[in-house]
Design a protein around this ligand. Structure first.
Ligand code: UD1
Ligand code: CA
Length: 454
């Protein structure tokens, strides 16, 4: 049987107190609804349908690069009405109902649920809660078979004492849905078309309602406000930290680290407090990351060291490079083996050769530095003329004196030396010394002015 997944994401999410639709609020750097889509995408699906309503255009735009189809529910008349909007787009196999604001559901839980669906059975994910107020309650017959869901607002005091709750997640065949959804009525406490009423319809037809529970209750936790969102964020981050530790990283404090993407981590890595990892990051064996670093889409080779407060984005570091403290490596930076970038240095689109050093207060952009180049403090590659970017080329073992401006396009040959304070606008030959600054003059016996007495 094929599988269609319907993700409900039309609700307003009033309690978020936000202009952004609730399902676009981010968990670990990804919108909640994207977590659900990604998990659903791990199942073999025919199509993924997202039911949108409030802020629908924003949701559509944010998910533009996913394989999802969108179904508009213009007015939110209940969960049953929401699913009904997708009815025409469904195939003939199984249908799984998920929620854009229940982001931590796991593939294994869904697979187990789907295993129980056929023409004679549907499947319902339930959870037993200490405090079930607000949830739909599972009604079972004397033999223990689930036969109905009663919404909290419609429930009698006796029904409200039931602790087994509807998570909302369920699966059935498309045929079953096509039979049941058109028969829903809004004759209830909330005047809504409840999806949950299909359970009683199934029982009425003698269709078995198989129930299952999630491996971890957090999988079925919904987010209604930012407090709940923050709670789930901590849980996701705790799991990310555990994964890093299990792959061989020592974390100074597993509670003070944030992963918003994927970190591939080798052995004997050390990560100090307050670091943020975004996008795809690779940390090879022996990498050391000091406190309060931000590392995004970067590859750090074996035994590289990043010292405190460095920001690294779109950079590749070969083995044994050293960066920081307070360094900023921007996209297109490549540090060859043993290169060193010190404090208050910014690099962009820069190839830094083996053993080269840029130790203090410099900007190196659109440049290639050979091996063992030494860049003095305060050196700037003037790569931008106001309209275009230009390249700077520095040969092996060249020495650039402090406070040099390299006006690109320009090249400095192998082993050349540039005197401190130079403005270099012409190519410097290999092995030569270039000095481009005004000569120092001295006036002997200079009398300093003195303060006038009044
Ligand atoms: C629903 C269930 C309840 C269950 C609970 C679990 C129903 C009738 N009740 O109640 O049994 O215990 O979830 O959290 O299904 N939505 C739409 N369009 C609509 C209405 C809702 O897309 O017209 C979406 C909402 O954005 C939300 C989800 O469906 O993500 C659930 O809707 P909500 O109104 O919060 O249902 P509950 O009252 O929580
Ligand atoms: Ca809800």
């Amino acid at each position: 049987m094929t599988l269609d997944v319907v993700i409900l994401a039309a609700g307003q999410g009033t309690r978020m107190r936000s202009r952004r639709p609730k399902v676009l609020h981010e968990l670990a750097g990804r919108p909640m609804v994207r977590h659900v889509l990604d998990t659903a995408g791990e199942l073999e699906t025919r199509r993924l349908h997202v039911v949108i309503g409030h802020g629908g255009d924003q949701v559509r735009e944010a998910l533009g690069d996913t394989p999802a189809d969108f179904v508009v529910q213009a007015e939110q008349k209940g969960t049953g009405h929401a699913v009904a909007q997708a009815l025409d787009a469904l195939g003939d196999g199984k249908v799984l109902i998920l929620y854009g604001d229940v982001p931590l559901i796991r593939r294994e839980t869904l697979a187990a649920l789907l295993d129980r669906v056929d023409e004679r059975r549907m499947a319902l994910l339930t959870v037993t809660l200490e405090n079930p107020a607000g949830y739909g309650r599972i009604k079972r017959d004397e033999r223990g078979h689930a036969v109905a869901i009663v919404e909290h607002k419609d429930a009698t005091p006796a029904e409200r004492r039931v602790q087994e709750c509807n998570t909302g997640i369920m699966a059935m065949t498309a045929d079953q849905l096509r039979r049941w959804l058109p028969r829903l009525s809004a004759d209830n406490a909330q005047g809504e078309y409840y999806l949950t009423d299909v359970i009683a319809m199934a029982a009425g037809e003698g269709i078995e309602i198989a129930t299952a529970q999630p491996g971890d209750p957090v999988e079925v936790e919904g987010v209604n406000d930012r407090v709940q969102l923050a709670r789930l964020e901590r849980i996701v981050q705790r799991d990310a930290a555990e994964r890093l530790m299990r792959s061989g990283a020592t974390l100074a404090d597993p509670g003070r680290l944030d992963v918003r993407g994927h970190v591939d981590c080798g052995r004997d890595v050390f990560i100090d407090v307050g670091c943020v990892f975004e996008g795809n990051v690779e940390l090879a064996d022996g990498v050391h990351v000091g406190p309060y670093c931000v590392i995004r889409d970067a590859r750090l080779g074996p035994d590289s060291t990043i010292q405190a407060h460095s920001v690294i984005e779109g950079a590749t570091l070969d083995g044994g490079s050293q960066v920081g403290p307070f360094a900023r490596l921007r996209p297109g930076t490549h540090l060859a083996r043993g290169a060193r970038i010190g404090n208050f240095v910014e690099t962009k689109n820069a190839e830094v050769g083996e053993g080269a050093k840029i130790n203090h207060l410099s900007y190196v952009g659109d440049a290639r530095l050979g091996r063992d180049v030494n860049i003095g403090a305060g050196t700037i590659t003037c790569n931008y003329d106001g309209a275009n970017k230009h390249h700077t080329e520095i040969g092996d073992r060249a020495f650039i004196g402090s406070n040099t401006a390299l006006v690109a396009p320009v090249s400095v040959g192998e082993g050349a030396t540039v005197g401190a304070g130079s403005t270099i606008s012409k190519d410097v030959e290999a092995g030569s010394l270039a000095v481009a600054r005004s000569r120092q003059t001295s006036l002997g016996g200079w009398q300093r002015p003195t303060k006038r007495s009044s």
